[in-house]
Design a protein around this ligand. Structure first.
Ligand SMILES: *Cc1c(COP(=O)(O)O)cnc(C)c1O
Length: 428
């Protein structure tokens, strides 16, 4: 399979290049030239397949000729060693729980799969890669967990001192092995700037090859299509269904649109955002107006310039009306998010991100109540315990694998928000 760049809309890159480089040479994102289409027979038979089997079948088509079928199977079974179960909450309304991975957020799907694919591509060479990642909290721990124990890959995480929650900090700083955490005396923007400067430093990269694992990597997107197909299978192949997806950079929603192109009968996708409503606004007005982000309680979605928007444009052939057909957008305030958490609280505890998707789904149901809607719960409520407690008066029970971090000891190296500090560390 070949990939082109979303910027120039040209190029012919193979999947190995796309995965290892992350970004195309012109700065665009990689997109598959064609999306594998699965015929009616396969689609009808889906209820008999597990999440892992679905992943294997889809990944085979993307990695054909690049990774053997046996290895793809192994990668899928190792990466997807947890489930994405559905629960029915109301008539025609289901929650898809994407938080059963090691860091309790849906980013585990993409990060674990990508890490194994990258390790495979590097294992026969002498090349050792350092994945450099700046994080405001959740991405760093999912990526680090994904790569934990990879022999030819080191991970260096930069996080802003005092600006991540205590449990997030423990998730970032206590993994050990090939993972190192740098506690930066500065903001998340400083962390991002330092990482960017390092990627532009040729001298450094010659001495210490760097890799990127951020959310635009195509190897993070592909596995995110698996759970949409799985949801369709677990609902016993309904005639049509709708997904409501809490969105920031729109990777998760792009993966759902890719699942539709594979043949899953998705009637529509609900683009659910907090007040960072660049995409819902575009759907209404036809104007794409990227802007600085606004802080909200669903902070993993505080994105004013969604990086996957160019991929969405490619999927709808730059047609605004086509995008309107595929997507229905709506934006949810913090108050509305809390109201939803409280309203559903007796029955089901939502995290603030899932609550945005739930609110959007309820709004859509006021217009069309005849189709099954599945909304994505992208993080475990215990990850946002204070917010959940404030909205509902209930303390979400902490899963064992999160509680376990509380007894570990933080190990981080402090650096100033100056590039020379980072460079010195990397060349040590
Ligand atoms: C990253 C994240 C999102 C947003 O996903 P995108 O793919 O960036 O749209 C939603 N919820 C949670 C919990 C996240 O961590």
């Amino acid at each position: 399979m070949h990939f082109y760049s979303t910027k120039s809309r040209t190029g012919k890159f193979d999947i190995k290049e796309a995965v290892l480089d992350g970004l195309a040479p012109d700065g665009g994102l990689f997109m598959p030239e064609s999306i594998p289409y699965f015929g009616d027979e396969w689609i009808k038979n889906l209820p008999s397949l597990s999440l892992q089997e679905i992943g294997e079948a889809v990944a085979r088509r993307f990695f054909e000729g690049s990774i053997s079928n046996d290895r793809i199977k192994q990668i899928c079974y190792e990466a997807l060693n947890f489930d994405a179960p559905l629960q029915q909450l109301e008539d025609n309304l289901y929650v898809m729980e994407l938080f059963h991975g090691p860091t309790l957020a849906f980013k585990d799907f993409g990060a674990r799969f990508m890490a194994r694919v990258m390790s495979y591509y590097l294992e026969n060479g002498s090349q050792k890669l350092t994945i450099l990642v700046a994080t405001s909290g959740d991405t760093g721990s999912a990526v680090a967990n994904g790569f934990l124990g990879s022999s030819n890959i080191d991970v260096v995480i930069l996080y802003p001192s005092g600006k991540v929650s205590p449990i997030q900090e423990l998730q970032l700083t206590t993994l050990g092995q090939n993972i190192q955490a740098l506690e930066v005396d500065g903001t998340f923007d400083d962390c991002q700037r330092l990482v960017k400067t390092a990627f532009n430093d040729r001298e450094l990269r010659e001495k210490r090859p760097l890799g990127s694992a951020n959310s635009i990597n195509i190897a993070r997107l592909i596995p995110q299509s698996f759970y949409y197909i799985n949801a369709y299978a677990r609902l016993n192949a309904p005639e049509e269904l709708i997904f409501s997806i809490p969105s920031g950079n729109f990777g998760n929603l792009t993966a759902a649109l890719i699942a539709k192109k594979m043949g899953i009968p998705i009637k529509r996708l609900i683009a659910a955002t907090n007040v960072n409503d660049t995409v819902p606004e575009y759907l209404n007005s036809g104007t794409f107006r990227p802007r600085p982000s606004i802080r909200t309680i669903s902070n993993a979605m505080d994105v004013g310039n969604p990086s996957n928007f160019d991929r969405l444009l490619c999927l709808v052939k730059d047609s605004h009306s086509e995008m309107q057909k595929e997507l229905w957008g709506t934006s949810v305030t913090d108050e509305e998010t809390e109201e939803s958490m409280q309203a559903l609280g007796e029955k089901y505890l939502l995290d603030p991100h899932g609550a945005v998707a739930y609110t959007a789904a309820k709004r859509y149901q006021a217009l069309d109540n005849n189709t099954k809607i599945v909304f994505a719960e992208t993080a475990h409520p215990a990850k946002f315990g204070d917010i959940v407690e404030h909205a509902t008066g209930k303390v979400p029970p902490m899963p064992e694998r999160l509680a376990e971090y509380l007894s570990r000891k933080k190990q981080a190296i402090k650096i100033k928000a100056e590039y020379s500090d980072l460079k010195d560390f990397l060349l040590l």
